[in-house]
Design a protein around this ligand. Structure first.
Ligand code: NAD
Ligand code: TYD
Length: 343
């Protein structure tokens, strides 16, 4: 039975990928290694925790002995574990260096020792930096990360690239746009807008809300990751994206309309320092070479995502816990004091 080691499988994308693999690959045994930081939760895995082919291991990717232990007999590594929030990296970058950079190197070293068949490194479009109103990032766009988060992800993927070139580790790199869907932590924009809308709280929109993101449903991303794992060429990087680009204000208004909440909740707050203006990916390489393409239209995806949060108020309550409230206060209290109403 092929064995995959997935890191970060209690987080947003990881938990969706765990479910996707268990449902679509009946012959695969999954070891899911996750440190359960503030961003990871067993509540994201409730329905699959006792699945016979899913083994959840509570552990840290920077623990070399533990990583070696769980890599024994593994064919493929799917490396998603990371500190993933730009705003937190602005407050303190140290955990980003430890997990994203050091943790990745530890996994690469251990994967080389056991000679895994494939090492899928999940990176991000943010490694490319920022675009103006025109143009798209292709896989040959030079890396120019702007936030501490993006810089740590660029460092991680360069280490992965080096493991391929120097040691012949069969590394595949993916760079995806902004994901949305069920189980996303409400520190991120879409679940923040939805959960605040559902509870009638003010919604912080950075700057003028003109920044643009290229959104993809997490289920489409999960399918893209497996397409790269199966058919990608080692040493290559693949962009994964939909064609849905939207500025933040338009997106927030759409979400409010779906949630049936008033636009008067929106507040323009002081901008994120160094806020990348626009991300847009050209994913024609993955679409033509790997027979993958995203299937979920944005309108449909936003509807089902709002419905998921509406139906999971207990999950929201667990994740918006006292630790999250402390973060929320430090991140937004003074910003909201200086906020301008948008309507
Ligand atoms: P997330 O923050 O929801 O989940 C990260 C998971 O990693 C959590 O479960 C956390 O507990 C775990 N983790 C953190 N540090 C760890 C450590 N030291 N050891 C073991 N586990 C640890 O993140 P996400 O949004 O699911 O992103 C997953 C991956 O995809 C990340 O590598 C991220 O950079 C990348 N990515 C995310 C997006 C997006 O829009 N969310 C887009 C492109 C790429
Ligand atoms: P986010 O979900 O943090 O993802 P990323 O910064 O990785 O793209 O933010 C998405 C967009 O939403 C980004 O342009 C920043 C903006 N944003 C706000 O306007 N207000 C907020 O409270 C947050 C968290 C994000």
């Amino acid at each position: 039975m092929p064995k995959y080691l997935l890191t970060g499988g209690a987080g947003f994308i990881g938990s969706n990928l765990v479910r996707h693999i268990l449902a679509t690959r009946p012959d695969v045994e999954l070891v899911n290694l996750d440190a359960l930081t503030y961003a990871g939760s067993l509540a994201n895995l409730q329905d699959v925790l006792s699945h016979p082919r899913h083994h959840f291991i509570h552990g840290d990717i920077t623990d070399r002995a533990l990583v070696r232990q769980w890599l024994a007999g593994v064919d493929c590594v799917l490396h998603l574990a990371a500190e993933s929030h730009v705003d937190r990296s602005i407050l303190d970058a140290s955990a980003f260096i430890r997990t994203n950079v050091e943790g990745t190197q530890i996994l690469l070293d251990a994967a080389r020792e056991v000679r895994v068949r494939r090492f899928l490194h999940v990176s991000t479009d943010e490694v490319y930096g920022s675009l103006g109103a025109e143009g798209r990032f292709t896989e040959s766009t030079p890396l120019a990360p702007n936030s501490p988060y993006a810089a740590s992800k660029a460092a991680a993927e360069l280490l992965a690239r080096a493991a391929f070139h120097t040691h012949g580790l069969p590394v595949l790199i993916t760079r995806c746009g902004n994901n949305y869907g069920p189980h996303q932590h409400p520190e991120k924009f879409i679940p923040l807008v939805i959960s605040n809308a559902l509870s009638g709280q003010a919604i912080p929109v950075y700057g003028t809300g003109a920044n643009v993101r290229n959104w993809i449903h997490v289920h489409d991303h999960a399918a893209g990751l497996l397409a790269v794992l199966d058919h990608g060429e080692p040493g290559m990087a693949y962009n994964l994206s939909s064609d849905d680009e939207l500025d933040n204000l338009t997106l927030a208004r759409k979400l409010l309309s779906i949630a049936g909440a008033p636009e008067s909740l929106l507040r323009f707050v002081p901008d994120r320092p160094g806020h990348d203006f626009r991300y847009s990916l050209d994913s024609s390489l993955a679409r033509t070479r790997l027979s993958w393409s995203p299937r979920i239209a944005l309108a449909e995806g936003l509807e089902s995502t709002v419905a998921w949060y509406r139906d999971h108020s207990e999950w929201i309550r667990q994740v918006r816990n006292p630790e999250f409230n402390r973060y929320y206060q430090s991140q937004y209290a003074s910003r909201l004091e200086h906020a301008a109403k948008t309507v």
